[in-house]
Design a protein around this ligand. Structure first.
Ligand SMILES: *Cc1c(COP(=O)(O)O)cnc(C)c1O
Length: 433
């Protein structure tokens, strides 16, 4: 598709954005360029590429033609200017923070996050001298209070793990803007079909493409999407982007590349030196998945709504956290933040506590007990004994992963079959109570 064509709808873009028939063969589907290095036309061409004066393929740690199609596809669907794909969602988070942070700097983050992200942010990033301050993102004053002179970013999830909580992105973005800081939104659980964080003020969006974007549990991957709207030179707080880069003869990314500064830095410095590169096979699987994203997400949401309602009416269930239920305190936010639905990820509390939850996950037949989400298959996990095991009881509660709670990722199977499966497993889980 040409760049100056009409503006297409989501269903068209999820199939065509970034792709064109292969110039070498005319192949209609994007080929898997299982290739490492690319021949320079001549020595001048090589020099121009290495000086970032010309854009092209050098070596697949930085750029690969198959991965490039996926980068453009995801950037387009998110309404961003560019994207950098990475080897996993966690790699994308490090890549997203890398140009912004330095030893002594911090990021203010929501308490409601994927368990692995809580661990990455509370422990691992400290080895780089970075730190994260966790606050309740429903309390805007708490976010303001947590921001100090060393803060370099604000981070949250749109539809947040594990409870399907919805972040008021517009309100959080306004706080970030007051402070002159970029808001980074992990949009994994919503996908750009349900939520477009850039339209709500996010400067950057990160994804685990492992989940709904690929959709069927085949490959791990991640992406960092740049809105292209943040002014990296305004405050002097982002020298990697505004000041001379020694490894490129003093080139200043923001001055040279304007709105594309962050994306170029992600490739030319981030991937070059951190090497968290997505491989072309993974990009291929994810491109295949994205072609049906809207169809899958609509079905995920429809199933989740039906199952959440059924669970809420069941006496063996204490409560259900799905934001798509009128009983949810976040129901009002669905219309504003994710008008096509509240996703397919939620938790419910089982009468009988920890032991009943363990019996439930062991008794289900269609649902798989796995540490994953966003698969065509329905998945369940008891977070307190698995993904959130490393957290303190207080952190578990704050993250919506109390011991009596299970998290489900509703798939696109027949909803009635899923309900029947939950029904028989709840009977076993709560027998004798
Ligand atoms: C899975 C997940 C991640 C981490 O992604 P990986 O691809 O597993 O590294 C980050 N954030 C959210 C919301 C996730 O669901």
């Amino acid at each position: 598709m040409s760049d100056d064509g009409p503006s297409y709808g989501f269903d068209t873009l999820q199939i065509h954005a970034g792709a064109r028939p292969d110039p070498a063969t005319g192949a209609r589907q994007t080929p898997i360029y299982q290739t490492t290095a690319y021949v320079f036309r001549d020595a001048d061409h090589a020099a121009a590429l290495f000086n970032l004066q010309e854009v092209g393929y050098i070596y697949s740690r930085l750029t690969n033609p198959t991965v490039a199609v996926l980068q453009e596809r995801i950037a387009t669907l998110e309404g961003g200017i560019g994207a950098v794909c990475c080897s996993s969602g966690h790699a994308a988070q490090i890549m997203a923070l890398f140009p912004l942070m330095a030893p002594g700097r911090n990021v203010v983050v929501s308490t409601r996050l994927y368990g692995g992200t809580v661990t990455q942010f509370s422990h691992t990033i400290r080895r780089f001298g970075w730190s994260a301050t966790f606050v309740d993102f429903d309390d805007l004053d708490a976010i303001r209070a947590a921001i100090d002179d060393d803060t370099r970013a604000i981070f949250c999830e749109s539809i947040a793990n594990p409870g399907g909580y919805i972040t008021d992105l517009d309100a959080v973005a306004a706080v970030a803007e007051e402070a002159g800081l970029p808001l980074i939104v992990d949009n994994t659980s919503a996908t750009p079909y349900l939520c477009r964080p850039i339209e709500h003020g996010a400067a950057l969006v990160v994804h685990s493409t492992t989940k709904y974007l690929t959709g069927n549990g085949t490959v791990t991957g991640g992406a960092v999407v740049d809105s292209g709207t943040f002014d990296w030179s305004a405050s002097g707080k982002f020298p990697s982007l505004s000041e001379p880069e020694p490894a490129y003869h003093g080139l200043k990314f923001h001055e040279t590349f304007g709105p594309l500064a962050y994306t170029f830095h992600g490739i030319a410095v981030g991937l070059r030196d951190l090497g968290m590169t997505m491989n072309p096979q993974a990009a291929h699987y994810t491109l295949m998945g994205i072609e049906t994203l809207s169809l899958r997400m609509a079905r995920h949401v429809k199933n989740a709504e039906k199952i959440a309602r059924w669970l809420e009416d069941d006496p063996r269930v204490e409560y259900v956290t799905y934001a798509g239920l009128p009983s949810s305190p976040y129901y009002e936010r669905v219309e504003k933040i994710c008008p096509r639905g509240a996703g397919a990820l939620f938790t419910f509390a089982v009468k009988g506590g920890y032991e009943a939850c363990i019996r439930l996950v062991d008794s289900l037949e269609i649902f798989s007990h796995v540490a994953n989400l966003g698969d065509t298959r329905s998945l369940i996990i008891h977070s307190a004994s698995t993904t959130h095991r490393q957290l303190t009881p207080e952190q578990q509660e704050a993250a919506g992963a109390a011991p009596n709670v299970v998290r489900v990722s509703i798939g696109i199977e027949d909803a009635d079959d899923l309900i029947a499966d939950l029904d028989q497993a709840l009977a076993k889980a709560t027998a004798g109570l």
